[in-house]
Write a protein that binds this ligand. Structure first.
Ligand code: IMP
Ligand code: MG
Length: 177
């Protein structure tokens, strides 16, 4: 049966959330970054790709971009609990100010793992920004420094979020009925 998609967060609301997040990140890092320092933004593929490009265009900070792809799933759909690195960062986190970008925090496993791994590399700072957050699903505590908004426990697609790799390119967020 075809999926029935219901609008959950409109493109306009996403844009407003991004504007607020960008302003807050901009004002903090204007104080944190010393002259000549850059902000290394680590984007979690594939989901955060749409969020990252929209968000970063709203900032005027000296930004470097890197990408990681992590998976906490084997071939099935149930989380194995172990996070695997499918694609690692290309730059070293050592002595960098790092901002991790994700589109949604669910169990928290992926981001807790990534934050810890980056921390072990000796960065100057590590913070986390997520557009969405499902607090009711949390299994591992993870501090989200910049959050767009909380959402209920619904399966969401669009704006980077997928169901079996489909729907990522929808401009708004939908839930599947
Ligand atoms: P976790 O926080 O380690 O459980 O994993 C978070 C990742 O699971 C996100 O970055 C998404 O890729 C994926 N995810 C979580 N909730 C949803 C959803 O509602 N729709 C699609 N993907 C989701
Ligand atoms: Mg993700």
């Amino acid at each position: 049966m075809a999926d029935k998609l219901k609008l959950f967060i409109s493109a306009e609301e996403i844009d407003a959330l991004n504007t607020k997040l960008a302003a807050s990140i901009q004002s903090d890092y204007e104080k944190i970054l010393k002259p000549g320092e850059t902000l290394l933004v680590v984007v979690t593929l594939k989901g955060a790709a749409f969020f990252a490009t929209d968000l970063l265009k709203k900032m005027k900070l000296p930004v470097l971009m890197d990408f990681v792809r992590l998976s906490s799933y084997g071939s099935g759909t149930k989380s194995s609990g172990t996070v695997h690195i499918v694609k690692d960062m290309e730059s070293s986190p050592t002595d960098q100010h790092i901002l991790i970008l994700d589109e949604i925090v669910d169990s928290g496993r992926t981001l807790a793992f990534l934050k810890e791994r980056i921390r072990a590399g000796g960065p100057k700072s590590v913070k986390l920004c997520s557009l969405l957050n499902k607090p009711s699903r949390r299994e591992v505590p993870v501090e989200v420094d910049y959050l767009g908004r909380d959402v209920e426990d619904k399966f969401l697609v669009g704006y980077g979020l997928d169901k079996a790799e489909l729907y990522r390119n929808l401009p708004a967020v939908y839930y599947i009925e």
